[in-house]
Design a binder for this molecule. Sequence first.
Ligand code: XMP
Length: 511
Amino acid sequence: MQHNKVLILDFGSQYTQLIARRVRELNIYCEIHPFNKIPKEIEGYKAVILSGSPFSVRGENALHPDLTKIRSEKPMLAVCYGAQYLAHFSGGEVAPSNTREYGRANLSFIKPNETFFNNIHEGSQVWMSHSDTIKHLPTNGVLLASTHDVQNAAFKIEGEETYAIQFHPEVYHSTDGKQLLENFLVHIAKVEQDWTPQSFVEETVEELQNKLGNDKVVLGLSGGVDSSVAAMLLHKAIGKNLYCIFVNNGLLRKNEFPDVLDQYKGMGLNVKGVDASARFLDALAGLSDPEEKRKAIGRVFIEVFDDEAHLIEDVKWLAQGTIYPDVIESVSATGGPSATIKSHHNVGGLPDFMKLKVVEPLKTLFKDEVRRVGASMNMEAVLLGRHPFPGPGLAIRILGDITAEKVRILQEVDAVFINGLKEWNLYDKVWQAGAILLPVNSVGVMGDERTYEKCVALRAVESTDGMTADWVNLPYKFLQKTSNDIINKVKGVNRVVYDISSKPPATIEWE
Ligand code: XMP
């Protein structure tokens, strides 16, 4: 890509991805690389940002890459550990702070007229999170701002376009953090703001055309946002040479298979729906351990997908909807050079034996960007705004063993709940929702009859990435109506409970 790229060197901070997101929000393309793997073609980057870190520059395991090729060559913004690193290795002094420096602080400018502080007001709130502090500035350091507890809160290096800040501009609580990043990137480093969903689509389509030529590509659609947007991009690039396979594992939501298949066909995709419900149910028979259920589903998926892919003559590529958080190499918490790479395959495990090359058109995008890219290709909001749904589907929401009857009951319950959320305009306020069929029967009374039927739990959570989550405070009136509807409409259920557990310590799914 020919963008004005920004390089973010990661020293292992929990906030590194947030820096990248803020930069992208400025319509500037950026990449995260581990501190010990600085890309060779550094020329391609317009500016460099050094992230924070859980480490101390004074520690035995201090991370100190050789930045001589970058320093003074590229405009650089050093954040938190980055700032301490710069000070420590350039003649300054870093020492443990006397007071803990976590949370809010307010900027006092020493040099208020610096471009770095354009449109930022005296007293602006910033967020601190560090236990070391910079006692003395490095050689040629010029102090720009202080806070009540941190004298050297912002400085620059005379004669370079190097800036350093002790606080975190990327977090929400640093009120003018985004403005500060804009001041540095746009007004000091002169990076153009040319990265937009439209430009991404245009460039990616061109790249895909160059890479794939007349080759055939197979892609497993899941009904989710990532695989659907990946399919649309490939469709734009290679049209009918993209062969999409949408497998019904029998564990999807009620009517999801025909509805989503129609939607895909309406988008012009070359898609084949494969109903393999019976094959999945057979493989699941008698299994009640969650991991065994997951493995069985993954195995059958690969078998079905492989059978279908073999029907496509001369197919060369497997496309996947992998996104950026799945591929960012993270700096390990122990600081060793052994960085771990998260691997994740949306199709439930790559069928290696197919010997296909892999193409991943979304692997530089964050989730919200995938949605923006989809919207810029006029994909429907209902498809782009869908809640995440786990690959093993309802199998991990039916606790214990799975039968066709249990799947039917849960699909009905889930449909009442999800349709209700949509009718009450709550669907988009919830990150993920679903129903869980419990392996519990309880006594009820309907009319004059005693019943002894199933109990279901409803779960609705708010989250940004599924890593942490909290239950949603749904209106009592909605819960009341939903519970009534479920018990009245779904035969076999006589009790409904609402899950009020956060993650951690609970998880979103029950299995
Ligand atoms: P947990 O239950 O771990 O879920 O809090 C976090 C997110 O991951 C989804 N999830 C899965 N997705 N295969 C998937 O594709 C799985 O086996 C799986 N298990 C959980 C879950 O729905 C939530 O969005």
